[in-house]
Every structure is written in structure tokens, then in C-alpha cells.
Design a protein around this ligand. Sequence first.
Ligand SMILES: Nc1ncnc2c1ncn2[C@@H]1O[C@H](COP(=O)(O)OP(=O)(O)O)[C@@H](O)[C@H]1O
Ligand SMILES: Nc1ncnc2c1ncn2[C@@H]1O[C@H](COP(=O)(O)OP(=O)(O)O)[C@@H](O)[C@H]1O
Ligand SMILES: [Zn+2]
Lengths: 249, 249
Amino acid sequence: SELPKEKQNELSKIAHVMAVMSGKGGVGKSSVTALLAVAFAKKGYKVGVLDADITGPSIPKIFGIHSHAENFEFGILPAKTQLGIEVMSLNLLLAHEDDPVVWRGPLIAGAVKQFWTDVVWGDLDYLLVDLPPGTGDAPLTVMQSLPLDGLIIVSSPQELATMVVKKAIKMASIMKTPVLGLIENMSYAVCPRCGEILRIFGPSKGEEVARAMEIPFLGTLPIDARLAELCDKGQIETYSSPLVKDIIN
Amino acid sequence: SELPKEKQNELSKIAHVMAVMSGKGGVGKSSVTALLAVAFAKKGYKVGVLDADITGPSIPKIFGIHSHAENFEFGILPAKTQLGIEVMSLNLLLAHEDDPVVWRGPLIAGAVKQFWTDVVWGDLDYLLVDLPPGTGDAPLTVMQSLPLDGLIIVSSPQELATMVVKKAIKMASIMKTPVLGLIENMSYAVCPRCGEILRIFGPSKGEEVARAMEIPFLGTLPIDARLAELCDKGQIETYSSPLVKDIIN
Ligand SMILES: Nc1ncnc2c1ncn2[C@@H]1O[C@H](COP(=O)(O)OP(=O)(O)O)[C@@H](O)[C@H]1O
Ligand SMILES: Nc1ncnc2c1ncn2[C@@H]1O[C@H](COP(=O)(O)OP(=O)(O)O)[C@@H](O)[C@H]1O
Ligand SMILES: [Zn+2]
């Protein structure tokens, strides 16, 4: 990780870059990335989201973006959400959102780099990078090539997730990338009829994991059917999460 | 996919190979792979599980395997579960299960190939391959190099998952790999107190997706806290799923 960082596009002026990582898929990394971006935007910051999950991109769908990114001489223009969040994702370059991108590592790494060097992000206070599961090409390229302020780690209560999340935190320390904190998602569900708290994925372990790995614990998000619904409808900008607001402050 | 398939180790004699894929992480691919292996084993078949999720392996933990795989002149010996299921995973070669494997594509593809060519699987009726999320190096190598009878696709009700699952099914058709069917996991939860059915991730879409993609629909699995608990404890062999039994038949 002593490689020199890649330069951002000369038309970009990005103040802070943070990546959201978990190692384990399906814990809600993309949803949390989107919620963080929405909270920053609602506080008046200029925000962008770089979807580094090249073969499984879900950011455009969560924001309800169906337009294509435009490729010009001077660079690629990202799409814009209703709140004005800039978004770049491989899905914005495909004919259909469910077309597969069957690429090996070098192409994946190349695309991630181009999203940093060729996309005209403009003036941003924060760029959030949504990382795919695993500790392969995309997270490695982001940690080597982008000037990251730090990582936000997303986990869920299952021990399976905890084990893989620890791999991600250890990778960050090998790559000398600071970890800003851990958010535990899908911590519990509440029965809409009788109010019973269902710990479907087991007791919360986020605080214990954060302490063991010596990183700040940022809090827990409950399982909320409304969030899943809004993600599916592309309306995540209408969801408001008190925890995420606290984290931004 | 016109490349010649790699030969299995001369000490292996594997009759059928099936891969379990979803494209989307966290839908329960590894859990379903393990449940299928357990159902085959309980019916008296000789079964193996190849964990092709090189940077996020969870199969050993689900089966409660903490031993290491032994590397000999003639090949690598897999670990064995209590029911006698043979298991090979990168986590069996690491000092600690939460150590990260920070590899780029070529190394990932190489490891997956070696799990087929160098591991002494012995006499197996079925080898199940657990694929990582995405449509990158590992699924590409498995579809190109292993003589797959077919794929089992695992999805969950969210549209985000459905979109990425369709990418996986389209990839299979590009690679001329037959799809044996689709299982929808985490379809609903039941409140233990009042019996209310909670469709946390939205209405079931599995049947509709299977029909649209012209593949068989194999059924739905509910969210079951007991399954998550047994996975965390490494005791999946004690869980019995009526649906998975039906599928095997
Ligand atoms: N707290 C939550 N409550 C309910 N559904 C959630 C929650 N977090 C995420 N989801 C849903 O779970 C699915 C997986 O989330 P996603 O953000 O895609 O995870 P990842 O990026 O880790 O794969 C999505 O369909 C999303 O809407
Ligand atoms: N039907 C289910 N009910 C409850 N928990 C489940 C179910 N299926 C999977 N899980 C849990 O969800 C987590 C993710 O499952 P996993 O099999 O690792 O998914 P994937 O391989 O798709 O990433 C695991 O901790 C597992 O125990
Ligand atoms: Zn209830």
C-alpha cells in the first residue's frame, strides 16, 4: 500500500473519501452507504457515491436511477439523485440493469480506478465508496489507489458475518487504512402485531467485535421491512434513520 | 466456455458436480449448499463441498470444522464432517479462520482450479461447489474448468437480490451451464409469540423470477432463527429441512 495514490480527475475536487466495507455479502453495506449519503446530503453537504461492486452493483437501483452515465472527451458524468447526490456505477453503463458483467480481476480493478480518475465528480465534500463482498481486487484497488480518510465497517449479528468482517478489518490494518467505526445492521426485528423483539440472526455482537478489534462502535440498525421496500422501489432518500443522523454528527 | 475442462485428481472419482450460485451476497447460498450436502449424505450418498468463496469462506464454520487440510505429495486431503461429508476451503489452509486472504483474480482462479485438480476427493456421488457473490473470477473459473451438471440458484424476496440473481442466470446461459432450478430463501419469518407471518424482505418473487427466466422453481425456505443459530455453532448437520429433502428426491 506504499504505491502512490491515483490522481482524481482534474475537474473533480473531492475533500473526503470514505469506503464502506463488510467482507460479507448481504449485511446491508449498499443500504448503509446510501443512508449515509442521504444524511450528508440532507445536512447540506455535496456528496457522491462510487459503486465499486462492479459485478453486483445495487446503488443505482436503491436511488431509483435508471438513466445512463454519459461518456465525454473530458470524462464520464455521473448520474444525479433527487437530493443531488452524484452516483457512478457500472450498471449506469449497461443496456439493462440485470445484464451480467462477467469480468476477471484486472478488468474489475481497471473499472474501479477509472471511476476515480475518469469520472467528473465536480466539487464534493464527501465521496462514499460502496465495496463488494470479499477482500479481492476491488477493495485492494480502492485501498491502494484512492486517498481514503477511512473505512466504515458494516456487520450483522451472525457469527458467520462476524468472522468475515474481522477479515475485512485485518485487511484494513495490513493496508494501513484507518477504520472509522463499525455499524451493526439487521440487529433485530419487531413484530408489527404484538411488538415482540425477534433476534432472528442471534444476539447483537457488534459492540463486542468493535472492542475486540479496537475500533469505535457506531451503533445498531434494526431490521425494518420499510427500508427493504424503499430500497426495492428506489426511494431510499425518503427513509430517515436516527442512528445514521447521529453518526454523521 | 469452449475451453477443455480440467481433469480431476487421478485419486478422485466424482460422478456429479453441481454449483450453488446467487450473484448477490447474504441470501443464504452457503447455508443452502450445506443443507443440500447434508440431505444427500443422510440419503446415503457420498458427498463433498468445495468452498469456492476464496476470500469469504464460510463452509468450514457452518460444519464446525476447525482442523487443517493436509498437503501431501499426491494431493491435498479434505476435512471430513461428522456425517462424512468431505470439505475443502481456503479457511482450512489458514492459521486463523478470521485471517484475510487479500488476493487478486489470478490467485483466486488458481486456488479454485487447485481445489478441483489437487484435492483428493476420493469416490463421490456429488460434489457441491459454493460460489462467492458476483460474476467474476471464481464463478467464471468454475463454469469454464469444471464439468458442471448444472447450477442451483439461490435468491431472496428483495428486488435488489432478484436483479443480481438474474445477472447470474444470464451468465450461466452465456457460459452454456444448465440451471437446475431456483430456491428462494428467507422468504418470511414467523413471530414466535403470536404466529404473525412477517414478510420482512417483501412478498415472495421466486416463482415469478423462475418463470421469467424459464428455469424450474424448487420452492421457498423461511427465515428460521434456529438455522442461523446452528450455522453459527457449526451444527448445520442437525438441522432438517423438509423442502431440501424434497429437492434431493
Ligand atoms: N436494516 C434493514 N432492514 C431491512 N432490510 C434491509 C436492511 N438493511 C438492508 N436491507 C435489505 O437487505 C438487502 C441486502 O442489502 P444490501 O445493502 O444490498 O447488502 P450488501 O450491500 O451488504 O450486499 C437489500 O435488499 C436491502 O434492502
Ligand atoms: N433461512 C434462513 N433463516 C435464518 N438465517 C439464515 C437463513 N439462511 C441463511 N441464514 C443466515 O444468514 C447468514 C448468511 O447466509 P450465508 O449462507 O452465509 O449466505 P451467502 O452464502 O449467500 O452469503 C448466515 O449467517 C446464515 O446462518
Ligand atoms: Zn407477534
